[in-house]
Design a binder for this molecule. Structure first.
Ligand SMILES: [Zn+2]
Length: 118
């Protein structure tokens, strides 16, 4: 006996049938998409927060900060959008249009993405 992946009712019919009907199939697929969308939203939230932290510091005139300082105000180093090398060959890690370059001893230089490259 097979059971519907959505509602758990017994499924009759072809051996490869997974749902008792279209309603359950849609419901099941929607819930998978919702989970996927929720995790995308969660990651976007972290990335926007990271970018916002760098933007705020930059607007306050802060050019150099440290890894512990950013962590303390909620920056999550696990997530970033892309990496670019600056003309000197240093790698800048971006969260959308704001990023940082690692200097020595956990020091970071805050950078804004060049226009049109974010
Ligand atoms: Zn069902």
């Amino acid at each position: 006996m097979k059971y519907c992946l959505d509602c758990g009712d017994a499924v009759n019919g072809r051996a490869d049938k997974k749902f008792c009907g279209d309603h359950c199939r849609c419901n099941y697929n929607n819930s998978i998409n919702k989970t996927r969308n929720d995790s995308v939203k969660q990651i976007n939230r972290i990335l926007r927060k990271n970018a916002g932290i760098l933007e705020n510091l930059s607007r306050q005139g802060v050019e150099i900060t440290t890894i512990p300082t950013l962590r303390a105000i909620g920056f999550d180093f696990t997530f970033f959008t892309h990496r670019l090398s600056d003309p000197a060959g240093k790698v800048c890690t971006f969260c959308y249009d704001y990023g940082y370059i690692e200097l020595e001893k956990e020091k970071l230089s805050i950078r804004r993405a060049p226009e049109g490259k974010s």
